[in-house]
Design a protein around this ligand. Structure first.
Ligand code: NAD
Ligand code: KPL
Length: 303
């Protein structure tokens, strides 16, 4: 069964290269003939690991190629996922499986609503990769990817392929809890690093802000039916701040590079959920307003 990969950026390339190296069939899906030509011009995809670069010219095609898709890895940003999958709807085979790698929440529901005939498997990953050139990706941080399906507990048959590809992963019956927990961690850390212009470790100078946000996020998680994701949140945020002290958060890096952030699927999603439940969370809501003001000043989208 072919792995079609949509979103040949950091994470998509990292997955595609590891699957292909394990001898599994992989097809890259590029936006248009220009991107396809650029891919061939680059001589394929390059993955840099521990300073060693490896280039492979994997089969690639445009979104409108005629062949059906049975298994699709969706690796674009949360704000692009729905439209990207919509463009592929005519190609999705009956019973197709979509693996959604997007961080945060909201994009997965949008994709599932667009492709009701497909099975959507949600992922939450702590792996780290970044692009240092066109079709060139650096594997920056080892991590783990949780996979799960909120509508079915049976694991898909292809998990052993991830094993063969050396992609550390686990199947969980409660992927939503994992996604909510990661969302809460990102909400407690990322916006504060942007607004205080600091690395993750710099947040030790702002303990009260972190504590207030964690208390409100835990309240929200409880109300959203995610008590496990609320448990020990403040302690874990403290551990992540220590463990990643020297790093700039992904949102900090996006803003510094003038790239659109995924705010709408993280802090924006959390505040919208609070509003739906008529829950007043003053610190979280003020943080969203401050962050949106910061983005507006830099001409970046507020969602
Ligand atoms: P990225 O920007 O590096 O790659 C996304 C790719 O999708 C880009 O190449 C873009 O051109 C492509 N794309 C967008 N719309 C498309 C379309 N319609 N057709 C074809 N291609 C399209 O993003 P990323 O860093 O790989 O992140 C992807 C998701 O994974 C995000 O939600 C991110 O939060 C999450 N994530 C990333 C990392 C990481 O280390 N990079 C880690 C964990 C989670
Ligand atoms: O996931 C992260 C990010 O930067 O997006 C961490 C390191 C956990 C900070 O929230």
């Amino acid at each position: 069964m072919t792995w079609h990969v949509l979103g040949i950026g950091s994470l998509g390339s990292l997955w595609a290269m590891r699957l292909a190296r394990a001898g599994l069939p992989v097809h890259l899906l590029l936006r248009d003939p220009q991107r396809l030509a650029a891919y061939h011009q680059a001589g394929g995809l390059t993955l840099v690991e521990q300073g060693q670069a490896q280039r492979l010219e994997l089969p690639a095609e445009t979104l409108d190629a005629p062949t059906p898709i049975q298994r699709l890895l969706v690796a674009c940003k949360a704000y692009d996922a729905e439209a990207a999958v919509a463009a592929l709807l005519p190609r999705l085979a009956p019973g197709a499986e979509l693996v959604l790698l997007q961080n945060g929440l909201g994009s997965q529901d949008a994709v599932a609503a667009r492709a009701p005939q497909a099975r959507c498997i949600l992922a939450s990953s702590t792996e780290g990769a970044f692009r240092d050139g066109d079709f060139r990706v650096v594997f920056a941080g080892h991590g783990f990817t949780w996979l799960g399906d909120p509508h079915a507990t049976a694991a898909p048959s292809w998990l052993d392929e991830l094993e063969r590809a050396g992609i550390p992963h686990g199947w969980t019956p409660d992927i939503l809890s994992r996604l909510w927990r990661k969302l809460a961690l990102n909400c407690a850390i990322n916006p504060l690093t942007v607004l205080n212009d600091c690395r993750n470790g710099g947040l030790v100078e702002h303990p009260a802000q972190v504590q207030q946000l964690c208390a409100e996020l835990a309240e929200l998680l409880q109300l959203c039916g995610q008590p496990a994701a609320a448990e020990g949140l403040h302690d874990e945020v403290g551990r992540v701040i220590q463990a990643t002290a020297a790093n700039y958060s992904s949102m900090y890096q996006d803003v510094a590079a003038k790239r659109r952030t995924e705010i709408g699927y993280l802090l924006g999603y959390a505040c919208a959920a609070a509003e739906r439940h008529r829950l007043v969370l003053p610190h979280l809501q003020a943080l969203l307003r401050r962050l949106q003001g910061h983005l507006a000043e830099r001409g970046l989208p507020l969602d």
